[in-house]
Design a protein around this ligand. Structure first.
Ligand code: PLP
Length: 422
């Protein structure tokens, strides 16, 4: 077969983009070579519907071993007693949990997308908002923080069957103990979607959701630094509280419902090449080296936040406890869209983001979200964070000055090649 040079040239171009730019998208990271090697392996050829040692296909002896290792390492990493490593993505992991815990039309309560939540937590454009009855809590306008008394009041009002915490753009830690108390008052299952901070949680740098939440989901590619994918975890298995039955009418444990929620509920064959890459990433995350990495991610984010504040930027909630920050650009007289475009011109990648109580559309927005997971993998430290904020401030203040932007881009490119990637 002729080599598809068109695609491989484009991959080389993307590799160069990643190498020469500053990556600040909070949900991105750079995996290790061995993670990519596993993801690009012959395992992509294998069908393996079912679970290790309970498959619907022959020839699964090797992938059974691989998937079992991935499960065992995930459990060790998070102190979980049960894990499903098959979800193709974070959205798929959440879909499987919803299917396992709810009937169509059931009320759910999640963190508002426009305040930092995720689409899969009840947005009307997503399955979660279309198939279930979504309700939301948000942050306070003055503080940018979640007021748990208000979450409780909302839960008592709407009586959700599933209470969801976790976010895509919330820079503060969560009070899982309080949320469990709220969930118990209304008989809800408590789901924590820790897609963003899961790497920091795994190493004990943030509160532990597994201690209080019935079910935990995460992506594997953000702070966790694995391949693109999803993961579902529980510390303890439990009887489903709503008497949910299988199609055959059997009452089942939550672990069994969750497994079925993934396959056959929302997916077909698992991606064993990605599961192998997850296993590699979990092993890496169990190391002391990864502990140093997440400590640096957190330090970098905190220094970056302080630097933005010192230059007059308004951070939602005033700072960060994790790897990301949400910046309200309204006092800087620039939209999120223009900020993203301007920084793109100097090879700094961020994403525009709605801020709480935003009056602009999601295509324009008044804010930007910035994270330190990727630049920390690259080897950048606190001093470098100040330099990055300097570049950002200079670019945004000169967004209509193409020659200044070209100078900044050159500086960025010359600087980043000093931090080799792959
Ligand atoms: N949940 C949260 C909190 C997220 O931030 C994301 C991704 O941004 C997802 C779920 C979805 O993950 P994926 O893009 O892998 O479907």
């Amino acid at each position: 077969m002729k080599r598809d040079q068109v695609i491989f040239d484009l991959i080389a171009k993307e590799e160069n983009r990643q190498k020469t730019g500053i990556e600040l998208i909070a949900s991105e990271n750079f995996t290790s070579k061995q993670v990519m090697e596993a993801a690009g392996s012959v395992l992509t050829n294998k069908y393996a519907e079912g679970l290790p040692n309970k498959r619907y296909y022959g020839g699964c002896e090797v992938v059974d071993e691989i998937e079992q290792l991935a499960i065992d390492r995930a459990k060790e990493l998070f102190g979980a007693n049960w894990a499903n490593v098959q979800p193709h993505s974070g959205a798929q992991a959440n879909a499987a949990v919803f299917l396992a815990c709810l009937n169509a039309g059931d009320p759910i309560l999640g963190f508002d997308l426009s305040h930092g939540g995720h689409l899969t937590h009840g947005s009307p454009v997503n399955f979660s908002g279309k198939l279930y009855q979504p309700h939301f809590y948000g942050v306070e306008e003055e503080t940018g923080l979640i007021d748990y008394d208000k979450v409780e009041a909302k839960a008592l009002e709407v009586k959700p069957k599933l209470l969801i915490c976790g976010a895509s753009a919330y820079s503060r830690d969560w009070d899982y103990e309080r949320l469990r108390d709220i969930a118990d008052q209304v008989g809800a299952i408590l789901l924590a979607d820790i897609s963003h901070p899961s790497g920091l949680i795994a190493k004990g740098l943030l509160n532990d959701p597994l201690e209080y939440c019935h079910v935990v989901t995460t992506t594997t590619h953000k702070t966790l630094r694995g391949p693109r994918g999803g993961l579902i975890l529980m510390r303890e298995d439990f009887d489903n509280p709503f008497g949910l039955k299988t199609p055959k009418g059997e009452l089942r444990k939550m672990s069994s419902l969750l497994d079925s929620g993934v396959f056959p509920g929302t997916q077909g064959g698992p991606l064993e090449h990605i599961i192998a890459a997850k296993a590699v990433a979990f092993q890496e995350a169990l190391s002391d080296e990864y502990m140093e990495y997440v400590l640096q991610v957190k330090k970098n984010a905190s220094v970056m936040a302080e630097e933005f504040v010192s230059l007059g930027y308004k951070l939602i909630s005033g700072g960060t406890d994790n790897h990301l920050m949400l910046i309200d650009l309204r006092n800087k007289d620039i939209t999120g869209k223009l900020a993203e475009e301007t920084l793109g011109k100097v090879d700094i990648t961020i994403n525009k983001n709605m801020v709480p109580f935003d009056t602009r559309s999601p295509f324009v927005t008044s804010g930007m979200r910035v994270g330190t997971a990727a630049v920390t993998t690259r080897g950048l430290n606190e001093v470098d964070m100040k330099k990055i904020v300097g570049f950002i401030d200079k670019a945004l203040s000169n967004h209509d000055n193409e020659s200044t932007l070209a100078e900044i881009k050159k500086e960025v490119n010359d600087w980043m090649v000093q931090f080799p990637l792959y």
